[in-house]
Design a protein around this ligand. Structure first.
Ligand SMILES: Cc1cc2nc3c(=O)[nH]c(=O)nc-3n(C[C@H](O)[C@H](O)[C@H](O)COP(=O)(O)OP(=O)(O)OC[C@H]3O[C@@H](n4cnc5c(N)ncnc54)[C@H](O)[C@@H]3O)c2cc1C
Length: 416
């Protein structure tokens, strides 16, 4: 028998990802009764780790604590006794259009990547908001390096706003957790009252109280915090009555989810001459690009990354295509025998995951102001949190976490 939904919580939080769990925790600490409704079978959302697949933790989504120097998850991980890995990435090999780069060429490629990030992260004079692709300095490395923009932004350089990138606050350090970042998020959310496998299908805010509908029934509440991805919002998986204001709908459309997918590759121990943080890029031509990172937290796990339009093409081809391309890269980089040393593989498919419909948000060129509009509460009752709502840390786990705390703070301030 399905357990009845708790009656009349002060706040209903929609989604138990990093944002929803942080909101629930802050609201509970602030004295509210909170119910989190989560469509999936587990908490964590796009920050989810498990060890069943490879025998070591594998983060399907968010893994790095980016901007570690200022990342609020770092002290929480330390306090919870997690093992932090701080080793930076270093290039071991790069293979472009059929040949390996020499050591000197690899250094020149890396130098160009630094120049490229500076160019696309610096505000454009006059406050113009253009596509990042318009800012790429000329170089023989440009057509390969630009694919790193897709790996970070989930859309290709011609599809991402320079203003959005410039608003992001980057700080030193990209750190990993041996236990998985998803494990930390699950630990931090462990005390929240979460109803799993309970998709919200409608939010009726026409009356004095808000009615939140799920297949298990409806729950009435005073305030709702919506944390689902912009992909889910754009697909109208949740029916709002009255419908959301046009400005909010425009903001959702201006912040589409792009794609970053991972192919986990568990290698025979010591089979390849790689180490923790060893990085290799494979560019077969056109948009066919992947990066491979080895020795995750000192294990034999390597992860291949594909992104943007090409990542979507591979996912649309069907199961195995993402892994096959990463194995093609492994072969090109390490020789034809290298794939024989892959013991087990697993790939993500975030675009077709109905609870995410993409990996994370990217503002369209000219639309960098969409994030604050998405974050704006409606009527002091409907609140929005999640990675897409935070200009300084969008597309990250810590950004989602901070946005949840911010939504909770806004709600608690109304009770003071
Ligand atoms: C492949 C990949 C790699 C990444 N790498 C990094 C990284 O290294 N570092 C980093 O900081 N960030 C990374 N990110 C981004 C980061 O994971 C996300 O920004 C963050 O986890 C988003 O959290 P959120 O709470 O905003 O959204 P979500 O985690 O999506 O939470 C929303 C929740 O709502 C649920 N939901 C959906 N529809 C409904 C519904 N109708 N009713 C109820 N619940 C619903 C979902 O199941 C989900 O649990 C990565 C993401 C991906 C996909």
């Amino acid at each position: 028998m399905v357990e009845r939904l708790p009656e009349r919580p002060d706040v209903v939080v929609v989604g138990a990802g990093a944002a929803g769990l942080a909101a629930a925790r802050s609201l509970t600490e602030g004295g509210c009764t909170v119910l989190v409704l989560e469509a999936g079978p587990a908490i964590g959302g796009r920050c989810f780790a498990e060890s069943d697949t490879f025998g070591v933790p594998f983060d399907h989504g968010g893994a790095w604590m980016h901007s570690a120097a200022t990342n609020p998850l770092v002290p929480l991980a330390e306090r919870a006794g997690f093992t932090i890995h701080k080793r930076p990435w270093t290039y071991g090999r790069v293979h472009i259009s059929g040949r390996d780069l020499s050591g000197a060429e690899m250094r020149a490629y890396e130098d160009y990547l630094g120049v490229m990030w500076d160019a696309v992260d610096t505000p454009v004079p006059g406050g113009r908001d253009v596509a990042a692709a318009d800012l790429l300095p000329e170089s023989p490395w440009r057509d390969t390096a630009r694919h790193w923009i897709a790996q970070f932004d989930s859309v290709d350089a011609d599809q991402v706003s320079s203003g959005d990138r410039a608003a992001y606050e980057n700080a030193e350090g990209d750190w990993l957790l041996a236990e998985g970042l998803g494990t930390l998020i699950a630990r931090l959310g462990a005390k929240a009252l979460v109803r799993l496998n309970c998709p919200v299908t409608a939010i009726d805010w026409s009356g004095h109280r808000i009615a939140v509908t799920t297949p298990d029934g409806s729950v009435e509440t005073d305030k709702v915090v919506v944390t689902v991805s912009t992909g889910v919002l754009a697909a109208e998986r949740i029916a709002f009555a009255p419908r959301l204001p046009d400005a909010k709908l425009d903001a959702i459309a201006d912040l589409p989810t792009g794609l970053l997918n991972k192919a986990g590759l568990l290698l025979d121990s010591g089979a390849l001459d790689v180490h923790e943080g060893y990085l290799a890029d494979y560019h077969a031509g056109g948009e066919q690009f992947c990066s491979l990172l080895f020795g995750f937290c000192g294990t034999d796990l390597a992860v291949g990354f594909v992104a943007g339009r090409f990542g979507q093409e591979l996912e649309a081809e069907g199961a195995g295509a993402t892994t096959d391309f990463c194995l093609e890269g492994l072969r090109a980089l390490f020789g034809s025998d290298a794939p024989k040393h892959v013991r087990k593989t697993h790939e993500t498919a975030w675009m077709s995951n109905p609870l995410a419909l993409g990996s994370y948000s990217a503002a369209r060129p000219g639309r960098s102001q969409a994030r604050p509009v998405l974050a704006e509460p409606i009527d002091g009752r409907l609140f929005f949190a999640g990675e897409a709502t935070i200009p300084s840390a969008y597309a990250t786990v810590h950004g989602a976490h901070l946005s949840g705390i911010e939504a909770a703070r806004a709600i608690l301030s109304l009770r003071d």
